[in-house]
Design a protein. Structure first.
Length: 229
């Protein structure tokens, strides 16, 4: 089974990397394939509760490939990790079949609690260089996350997302109307403004209390504190 998975990874590189000239070249010289091979064995030990050996293998793989895949991560078939330097894939991550992951990608978590804390990627997902997908949510099939995007929310299938934080700009190949994108930005700004107003109100209440207390000690008139309020 592991041999079959490795062969599918090699074929995926041949099909999706124009620079790949032969299966032998891919098998011997591509660090993304090497990382996946190491991971296949580490994951086997992990599933059989030999956690130390699993982590040891993953650390050796990280040393030689500069790609860190936790042995607990579930990786599908035909995965292309292109170039790969700096890729980090967390323990509870699930990556579907035929996904493409470029250098500098992080599939990470945002909490310290145990359990599911990393993303789940569907099949045929492309994650651009430097992109970060953070949190325990799902990314649908055939999605594209642009280079350097930071995705913090689920994505429906056939969606292209860009930006920080990442937002859908295409769904099913059709551009999302700019009004919808603007509305999303306005809502986020509104939430930030609302939080700021609440904080200012709390500070104002504190100042009112201090002025009332100071007025009681110094004999300030009630009109002064009333005007401040």
């Amino acid at each position: 089974m592991i041999i079959k998975d490795i062969w599918l990874d090699v074929k995926a590189v041949q099909e999706r990397d124009p620079a790949a000239r032969s299966a032998l070249e891919v098998l011997l010289l591509y660090q993304g394939v090497h990382a996946m091979i190491w991971h296949r064995f580490a994951h086997w030990f992990y599933k059989h509760k030999m956690f130390f050996l699993a982590r040891l293998i993953s650390q050796i793989a990280r040393f030689f490939t500069l790609i860190e895949i936790h042995p607990g991560a579930q990786m599908g078939h035909g995965i292309l990790i292109d170039h790969g330097c700096g890729v980090v894939i967390g323990e509870t991550t699930v990556v579907g079949d035929n996904c493409t992951i470029y250098q500098g990608v992080t599939l990470g978590g945002v909490g310290l609690n145990k359990g599911k804390r990393h993303p789940t990627l569907g099949s045929n997902v492309t994650v651009g260089a430097g992109a970060k997908i953070l949190g325990a949510f799902e990314v649908g099939d055939n999605c594209t996350i642009a280079a350097n995007a930071v995705l913090l929310k689920p994505l429906e299938s056939d969606t292209t997302a860009v930006g920080i934080p990442a937002r859908p700009v295409k769904v099913g190949g059709v551009p999302v109307p700019k009004k919808q994108i603007a509305a999303a930005v306005t809502m986020e700004q509104y939430q930030q403004m609302e939080e700021r107003v609440l904080m200012l109100e709390q500070e104002l209440e504190g100042l009112r209390g201090q002025l009332k207390e100071a007025g009681g000690h110094t004999g300030l008139s009630a009109d002064v504190t009333k005007n401040v309020e």
